[in-house]
Design a protein around this ligand. Sequence first.
Ligand SMILES: [Zn+2]
Length: 516
Amino acid sequence: MSDRMIITNGSVVTMNDAGDVLFGGAVAIEGDRIVDVGDTAEVLARHPAEGARVIDAAGQAVLPGLVDLHYHTALGKGWSDHLPLWEYLETCWYPIIRALDHEAAYWAALASYSESIKCGVTTVNDMYRQLGALAEAAEEIGIRAVLSNDVADAEHNLDTLEDNKEAFQASHGAANGRIEIYIGIEWLPLASEELLRDARLLADELGTGIHIHLNESLTEVENSKQRFGRRPTEVAYDAGILGRNCIAAHCVWLSDTEIALMRETGTQISHNPSSNAKLGNGIARLPEMLNAGLNVGIGHDAAECNNSRDLFEVMKFASLIHRASRVDSSLQQAPDVVRMATRNGADALGHQTGRLERGRKADVILVDLKSQMFTPLMPENKAHLFSHLVFAANGSCVDTTIIDGKIVMENRQLTTVDEQKVLSEANDAFRRILDRMVVPPTNLGGCPAKPSRPAISFPQLPRKGVFGPYDPLPGAGRPGCLSRRRDPDPGRRPRDLRRHHRRGRPAGCHGGHGPV
Ligand SMILES: [Zn+2]
């Protein structure tokens, strides 16, 4: 097959500095690069159709591929997802990823990446384990992947910096540079300052970036103040973690000082509003971050806490939640949100993607406009098109996904993997890992201590109890109020949390907020 491709007659949403949308536009691709963008007739005059694969995009919008800036491959979702995060981490997430093997990670990654590709995501910034399996999956399915380990202090039995270094040496730059390895830090409550400093030293030694969960919850902030005497961003700053090649995920409870530190260091922010909302972690100060000039992209986080990998849904959330909370419909206009999901994410990772411009990497998606989602649509009306992309569309509008100049989905059919086999194998892997995983005898959230699959089965969980959101204690206010989310012992570790919970906790008290 020719390595030349010309997409013609589309509504080309360039996301360039001028914000151009070219109606009746074309994008010419050679190999992995965009070589021309412009009016269809003019592009065809410069790049003859003969010998090229020509895709007629009439009735379609042509956009840069979406960048999911905070991502975890996920094996399970909708599984005990009623739990507050720390308890979920203790009883499900950590046991699952501790039981993970190469094969399960491979199928989980393919299942995750395939959903992302079908929703127009061309780049994932994926923190998980078994990076060899993830790199294999990314190479095979064709997605652009920045992978990092789940590094924590040794006592937590997750990954080490040495694991991350080995992954870097094995896979960084693979698949024509589509696969990169960053250093991943799970989060501050599982990290010492020494580990943070060593992470920065290793990243600099390898010449790569850092991916970290930072300031996700009030609990994390209090934990940081107690353990380190400072807020999370201040600790990260002192350890040298922050910087232009650092992706800080969440950043929900940033103080003004922390925003200033982010700005000073040029740290990249991943805003994950739907995850933050689902886990009751709060609403990030996005308007203040943007006013400070921070570069902010968006991420879905993980299927366990979202529960879909549809970045169109996250885009909508990234606008509406701020309008609602600030009582201000002028916030987060549609073009601003699309910019976050494309060029901001690409810039955060230092990628030559995120814009449809000559010389950039050919990560391109085609969005079908011939549907109810995009009706009515005024011809050649840029604002109307942006509005529908953010407020009306979902990932099923994506018809074709091109990554690094290769078509990985066409007419909504994946071209590189057998989709049904991926789904079947991912299901099998999930069941196999559940049988193998060891659930700590926490009895949290009504989860029986027995370390077996039924032990965390959703139907067995109580609908009432100290963890249930339906039975407020006498005198308690509406579930979820911030004052009651503060834990009486903010410096506690997970084991302390369990004691706290056995004592009884107000409804809506999501005592633990950690990273997923
Ligand atoms: Zn996360």
